[in-house]
Design a protein around this ligand. Structure first.
Ligand code: ZN
Length: 270
């Protein structure tokens, strides 16, 4: 069994501020350690479920050379390989090779979620809202659609309670979720201590891989319309002149194509 783990930092137990996830932040060393140990828990769970190949993709943009490069190599479980410093949400090698399932670890809720700790939808873009057809999605939805394009289901999502709620609504009740904290605001949370959170993630990863048919790959129905609502009008010209892309409202652009991947390629070119 081949397992892909796509991971982010904001959904890790104990992480509640940007200083813990930004490369130049005072709390970054602590954040990296907390992050790496939650990944290790998912790797142990996947191995216990019978995974023979586990590839971890660091999907957190910490800034500069540290973007997608925040895992601490010395601490990483030897039972995985990991992808560092690859462009965001573009690593498809394992998906193309034939991967059985994806685990999303350390995820955060979409922009505008009141109880979503550090909620956002792609930090570099400051998108206010993103829809795949009629589904309002965040980064869980983007990663699930990327996997879905290759017929791979995302069977586990870990993060805060808001992320679990958002993910179950999108991917269905067969999804295994592990909530390691409950957001009290965007920058505070009631946390489950890391030692216990890691055990929950290990158990959740193992359980999620017991029956891969419980979650269908997420494939938005074709033809696909991707709608992006940006936060300010100066972001709109960036989208003009792109094939298949139309400005539909002062702050909204729509990308239309036969497949999700094509519609995504038309707007995701950073
Ligand atoms: Zn992140």
């Amino acid at each position: 069994m081949k397992i892909l783990i796509m991971s982010d930092m904001e959904g890790v137990s104990g992480i509640v501020t940007w200083s813990q996830v930004d490369a130049d932040g005072a709390g970054y060393a602590e954040g990296r350690r907390l992050y790496t140990e939650e990944i290790n828990a998912a790797v142990r769970g996947a191995r216990a479920a019978g995974a023979t190949e586990v590839v971890v993709v660091d999907c957190h943009g910490a800034g500069g050379d540290r973007s997608f490069n925040s895992l601490d190599p010395e601490l990483l479980d030897p039972g995985c390989d990991w992808v560092a410093h690859h462009p965001w949400s573009r690593y498809t090698e394992l998906l193309e090779d034939g991967c059985d399932a994806c685990l999303l670890v350390g995820m955060h809720a979409r922009a505008g979620t009141p109880d979503g700790v550090m909620c956002h939808t792609i930090s570099t873009t400051r998108w206010r809202n993103l829809w795949f057809n009629d589904d309002l999605v965040g980064e869980v939805g983007i990663n699930a659609a990327l996997c879905g394009h290759y017929g791979v289901p995302c069977v586990l999502v870990t993060g805060d309670e808001a992320t679990a709620r958002e993910s179950t609504a999108l991917l269905g009740p067969g999804l295994t979720t592990v909530s390691v904290k409950r957001g009290l605001s965007r920058y505070s949370a009631r946390n489950i201590p890391p030692v216990r959170a890691r055990q929950m993630i290990e158990d959740g990863a193992k359980a999620s891989l017991a029956d891969l048919s419980k979650v269908k790959p997420y494939v938005p129905a074709d033809p696909v319309t991707i709608t992006i609502e940006v936060d300010t009008v100066d972001k709109v010209p960036h989208f003009r002149g792109r094939p298949g892309v139309e400005v539909v409202e002062p702050l909204k652009v729509a990308s239309r194509a036969d497949t999700w991947m094509q519609a995504w390629d038309q707007v995701w070119g950073w």
